[in-house]
Design a protein around this ligand. Structure first.
Ligand code: SF4
Ligand code: SF4
Length: 150
């Protein structure tokens, strides 16, 4: 479906980081297909936009590694957040944050051709160029501008 990213989200080619998973428990015999690499991890290896933007430095730099954080899944090598810092910030806001979703270059509307073209580049050896093209995106819109836009 997608690939795990530095911002702790699963990024898919259809929705970027903007999806929520739900579980259905069943005893139906189901087959699953093998994992396949899309190119998200390769992109995250050269990008730190989410970690740079996190107001409480809860996201990791560097490659995926095993974490001793009490909230981390033990023995799994992955990008792991400092969950206490992240949720502490949410508690201060009395709301959630999602800055790491907003600034992610994959946060795009892939129904539009120009974003699908960008995605092709991001999943290819031109990923550094795709990251450069993203340099001015992800800024917070002024609420007044958003409400007044058509
Ligand atoms: S949700 Fe906010 S505080 Fe938590 S990791 Fe993302 S940017 Fe940081
Ligand atoms: S902002 Fe960059 S490093 Fe963070 S999840 Fe998105 S692509 Fe990966």
């Amino acid at each position: 479906m997608g690939e795990y990213a530095r911002n702790q989200m699963v990024i898919t080619p259809e929705y970027g980081p903007r999806l929520r998973f739900s579980k259905v428990f069943t005893n139906l015999p189901l087959v699953h297909d093998p994992p396949k690499s899309l190119g998200v991890r390769a992109f995250c290896n050269i990008c730190t936009k989410c970690a740079d933007a996190c107001p409480v430095n809860a996201l990791p730099y560097g490659p995926p590694e095993t974490s001793k954080d009490q909230s981390a899944i033990k023995g799994v090598r992955k990008w792991t957040s400092d969950a206490a810092e992240c949720f502490g910030f949410w508690a201060k806001l009395s709301s959630d944050c999602a800055i790491c979703m907003r600034v992610c270059p994959f946060n795009r509307d892939f129904t539009q051709w120009q974003h699908r073209l960008w995605l092709k580049m991001a999943f290819s050896r031109f990923r550094r160029f795709a990251l450069w093209l993203d340099r001015n995106r992800g800024k917070r819109a002024k609420p007044t501008d958003w409400w007044q836009s058509p």
